[in-house]
Design a protein around this ligand. Structure first.
Ligand code: PGA
Length: 262
């Protein structure tokens, strides 16, 4: 699994309106660029809302900071009012896109098959997918974590493996973000023992799908990441970065996480 560069992904969700997003990058872009330039083992990715992609990219385009979208359409083009296609995301400056976030699965009915289609669109447009997987509290308590993760992961790995074996030009890496739903925005973070088990399991699952996947997959943890727990999480074997929600809205907290020694 790809451990470095560590990816620090700021998922702003719908918490950063356009003017706030512009102010965040205008005020902090020089500092984030300096951090990213000084340490090649760290990649910073900002994920604003669709409508803010333009203003964010206008400020970061000539820096070492990368940009990602929070979603994309499962369709290439057509009569899908309100949808945003992967090619437009590429043209807007996105190098990454989050798909399958638990909020999209829970509130917008996104199924594992739809997530796999989104991954396909992103790969076709040379955007690295950040695919979120994770169990709910109920599944966790009923010891269904691995069953659920297998269901969410397999269609996505299948897309990747079939594109790779057909020799199509796709991004070098795919990112899988393990985000237990019960940890998102709650302040609850699984202990290192549990996370080690889960990440080991994901690694095995990827290798079972195709041994060469280990050279192309990067694993993130997400869910209540803070400046207080980030370095412990990054020391867990196979963890190659963090997907950060709440703490990424506050520049000081986000910077403290990115600057941690790992
Ligand atoms: P959180 O969100 O860091 O606020 O828990 C993470 C996420 O949902 O990606």
């Amino acid at each position: 699994m790809i451990k470095k560069p560590f990816l620090f992904v700021a998922n702003w969700k719908m918490n950063m309106p356009l003017k706030a997003a512009r102010a965040f990058v205008v005020d902090n872009c020089a500092q984030l660029h300096k951090i990213a330039q000084a340490d090649a083992s760290k990649t910073i990715v900002l994920c604003p809302s669709f409508v803010s992609l333009g203003v964010v990219y206008a400020t970061i385009s000539s820096t070492a900071i990368k940009m990602g979208a929070q979603d994309c359409s499962p369709h290439e083009s057509g009569a899908y009012t309100g949808e945003v296609d992967a090619l437009s995301l590429r043209q807007a400056g996105c190098s990454y896109a989050i798909v399958g976030h638990s909020e999209r699965r829970a509130y917008f009915g996104e199924t594992d098959e739809v997530v796999a289609k989104k991954v396909e669109q992103l790969l076709d447009c040379s955007i690295e997918p950040i695919v979120c997987i994770g169990e709910t509290q109920h599944e966790y308590e009923n010891k269904q974590t691995f069953e659920l993760l297998a269901r969410q992961l397999r269609p996505v790995l299948h897309v990747w493996v079939s594109k790779m074996s057909s020799g199509e030009a796709i991004p070098d890496y795919m990112t899988i973000a393990y985000e237990p739903v019960w940890s998102i925005g709650t302040g609850l973070v699984p202990d290192a023992h549990y996370l080690t088990q889960v990440f080991d399991w994901i690694v095995n699952e990827c290798e079972r799908s195709a041994p060469e996947l280990s050279k192309h997959v990067r694993l993130l943890y997400g869910g209540s990441v803070s400046e207080h727990n980030a370095s412990e999480i990054l020391r867990i074997p196979f963890v190659g970065g963090l997907l950060i929600g709440g703490a990424s809205l506050d520049f000081q907290k986000f910077q403290n996480i990115v600057l941690l020694k790992v």
